[in-house]
Design a binder for this molecule. Structure first.
Ligand code: AMP
Length: 221
């Protein structure tokens, strides 16, 4: 299975992508995680990306495309994957198509998780993340709180909130998302790849809705 998840920040695309990766054995590729790791390790890409990320803006396409291309050209490149947060615009989708073509890989579907803006602001303000790179568990104080407030259930690390989850930055990220996504979805709709799934409700129900929608589709040739 080869999937792309598209959704506004806080739509649950990361949570669903992680579930699909765990349950179907797919490689989970989150450009947000790869970029945050590059910032943490203070690599040249990380240094270029940080100011954009803090401002809620997209990192330049060449930085992100290079990171994804390197992943798909590495000796352990993924054959079956779920993309989380990439591509984000038409130029990235076209670059990704080239990489997939070179590797002889076809996409099965593009899952669009749709959630309205008010709900997004509420959700992102409640997001808490485990900073342990081996764990990366995510929580939400409204919908999926940790057993002890502020502490990771899995590894007991103190949880942190992302700087770019501040409400004013989320507003900006939503604007960027709306400005770019219609064109991106149209690109994939023309190829009959898009599955529209409402991103509200509990995590398991959304997972089952996506699975049911995928099951109705024909496999790629
Ligand atoms: P995310 O974790 O997917 O919400 O991404 C967090 C931030 O990383 C975004 O607000 C962007 O600044 C940056 N980012 C992640 N993926 C991309 C991408 N495909 N293109 C450009 N910037 C990205």
């Amino acid at each position: 299975m080869r999937l792309i998840f598209i959704g506004p920040p806080g739509s649950g695309k990361g949570t669903q992508a992680k579930l699909f990766s765990q349950r179907l054995g797919l490689c989970h590729i989150s450009t947000g995680d790869l970029l945050r790791e590059a910032v943490r390790q203070d690599t040249p890409e990380g240094r270029r990306a940080q100011a954009y990320m803090d401002a809620g803006q997209l990192v330049p396409d060449d930085v992100v495309n290079d990171i994804v291309n390197a992943r798909f050209r590495a000796p352990d490149r993924p054959q079956r994957f779920v993309m989380d947060g990439y591509p984000r615009n038409l130029a990235q989708a076209q670059s990704f198509d080239q990489v997939l073509h070179q590797q002889g890989l076809d996409l099965n579907a593009v899952v669009f998780l749709n959630v309205d803006d008010q709900e997004i602001i509420k959700r992102t303000s409640g997001r808490w993340n485990c900073p342990n790179p081996q764990c990366k568990a995510t929580y939400n104080s409204h919908s999926q709180p940790p057993k002890t407030a502020g502490v990771c259930d899995d590894c007991q690390m103190p949880l942190v909130q992302r700087d770019d989850d501040r409400p004013e930055t989320v507003q900006l990220r939503l604007k960027v998302f709306h400005d770019l996504t219609d064109e991106l979805l149209d690109y994939y709709r023309q190829r009959g790849l898009v599955i529209d799934v409402p991103g509200s409700g509990d995590i398991e129900t959304i997972y089952q809705n996506i699975t049911a929608a995928l099951a109705k589709r024909k496999p790629p040739p």
